[in-house]
Design a binder for this molecule. Structure first.
Ligand code: NA7
Length: 481
């Protein structure tokens, strides 16, 4: 029997979607279409373009194994530079990306998938791969009066280039990585900047603006072997991070002490320091890195407000202590609805099962990638992905190679549909729940890692375990038809 070419639809052209498409292409699959809801590729790096946007993962590690880029301008790259890199990768591999193609529905037909886009486009596919990411639905807080504000309001993930910040009175809400970056960037030129902090974060000092020496990039470019060795070494070295966050040890304590020291050394004033001191362990929330935030927030034109916001008025913000501060611009650095994944898409699997029903108790998948009830459907950087500990590019490429193993079997007519069993998924999720116990994420803080049900949606194992679990399909964990 001749081989059959699977028709594959990938949803999302961010880091996960690009990694998947190239991995499939390299494995010889040619009928691969990426549907992207945005007007450009890049995922979070397309949607986020607020001032100060910087990736908190060292650039030398923030790259695909198949597209080395040794010559970053900075040790921690800006969002714009990463976006240019992702563009280059999409062009180089000539990926078939359809932009402005938001998938509104994907329904399993019994043998494959029928996919519908918002613009009315329809596609039939043998496999659908959701590479829809975690941080893409902006969270807009429900603060009374927000709609009555007469100035400008912007969420950081929807920044517009025509927003003026210099000389204006700015309020920034939110103290995660984004809030800290945007405060650091806007404070200098603002007439006044108020940072509304509901929960202080540990902010570890790091040289976020450090340029990468041009010579280093040039040498690494000329000696690909050295570049490869550096990438491998960094990947290996980043294993320490996974160890620190997943297992209590002296190493974790040392890093946590560094976070406390970062605060003590930069904020000598006791009163200010107390207001900036969190009441939970460092590393519990997604760790914030910055070399400039504490300086920015202590500047003469800046103010930190810890009081609860009671009301947004037409002219400003009123806090619970009755004080109203007038502002011209409100910047919402309030994060994302993180556990939606491919929702609100109308995703229906076998027998019409909707993803909302399948995930009624929160998102879950087998080894981050397969969902019971959804045959020939995979996620890349899906539930329990290591957004806080292991390289996302590595994880996405590994998952894509795992999917490739299934596609090869399909091509060889070993099955028409593949669906993970409920049993195997439950076993995996039990292992995950047990392993999450001693992680630092479970030490008593509220973070975007937590689902509405209170589960921690992260990878509690190390990279070796991930590599082993996704090395090849375990046939007994699946129904093949
Ligand atoms: P985060 O880390 O989810 O931070 C959101 C921030 O917004 C956080 O400080 C929240 O306070 C705050 N927030 C949310 N709702 C409100 C309301 N209603 N009032 C006041 N403050 C509020 O999002 P980021 O965009 O900073 O970072 C996301 C990830 O992107 C980051 O971790 C990196 O991986 C890259 P809370 O702490 O919940 O009290």
């Amino acid at each position: 029997m001749s081989k059959r070419e699977p028709r594959v639809v990938i949803i999302g052209a961010g880091v996960a979607g690009i990694a998947t498409a190239v991995t499939l292409q390299k494995a010889g699959f040619s009928d691969v279409t990426i549907l992207e809801k945005g007007s450009d590729v890049g995922g979070v790096w397309h949607w986020n373009r607020y001032p100060g946007l910087t990736c908190d993962v060292p650039s030398q590690l923030y790259q695909f194994s198949f597209a080395p880029k040794p010559d970053w301008s900075h040790v921690f790259a800006s969002g714009a530079e990463i976006q240019r890199y992702l563009h280059g990768v999409v062009d180089k591999f000539r990926l078939d990306v359809r932009l402005n193609a938001e998938v509104t529905a994907a329904e399993f037909t019994g043998s494959g998938w029928h996919v519908t886009t918002a613009a009315g486009g329809e596609l039939d596919a043998d496999f659908v791969i959701a590479a829809t990411g975690v941080l893409h639905h902006p969270f807009i807080p429900d603060i009374p009066g927000l709609d009555t504000f007469e100035g400008e309001v912007v969420h950081t993930a929807r920044w517009r280039d025509d927003i003026t910040t210099a000389g204006r009175r700015i309020a920034v809400l939110g103290s995660g990585s984004t809030g800290v970056q945007v405060v650091s960037a806007l404070q200098r030129d603002a007439a006044h900047l108020t940072h509304y902090v509901r929960t202080p974060q540990w902010v570890m000092w790091a040289p976020m603006g450090l340029p990468q020496p041009a010579l280093a990039g040039a040498i690494l470019k000329r000696v690909p072997l050295a570049n490869r060795a550096l990438y491998e070494a960094l990947l290996q070295g980043s294993g320490i991070l996974a160890d620190i966050v997943t297992r209590p040890s002296w190493r974790r304590r040392v890093v946590q002490e560094y976070a406390r020291l970062s605060l003590r050394a930069q904020v000598p004033d006791g009163v200010a320091r107390r207001r900036l001191t969190p009441d939970y362990q460092p590393l519990c929330k997604r760790q914030v890195l910055s070399g400039s935030y504490y300086r920015a927030i202590r500047a003469r034109n800046a103010e930190l407000v810890g009081e609860r916001i009671e009301q947004i008025t037409p002219r400003g913000i009123r806090t619970a202590d009755g004080q109203e501060r007038e502002v011209d611009l409100i910047v919402l650095a309030t994060g994302f609805q993180t556990h939606n994944y491919m929702r609100p898409m109308n995703l229906r699997g076998r027998d019409g099962l909707s993803i909302d029903d399948a995930w009624a108790k929160g998102p879950r998948a087998y080894r981050m990638t397969a969902i019971p009830g959804f045959p020939n459907f995979f996620t890349v950087l899906g539930p329990n992905s290591p957004t806080g500990s292991i390289s996302l590019q590595y994880s996405a490429e590994l998952t894509a190679r795992y999917i490739v193993a299934w596609l090869k079997r399909f091509r060889d007519h070993e099955f028409d549909t593949v669906e993970v069993t409920e049993d195997a998924t439950a076993r995996f999720n039990d292992d995950v729940a047990a392993a999450l116990g001693p992680t630092v994420w479970n030490t008593g803080c509220n973070s975007w890692y937590l689902t509405d049900e209170g589960n921690i949606d992260l990878w509690p194992f190390d990279r070796r375990t991930m590599t082993k679990l996704l090395a090849k399909p375990e046939l007994t964990d699946f129904y093949l038809k």
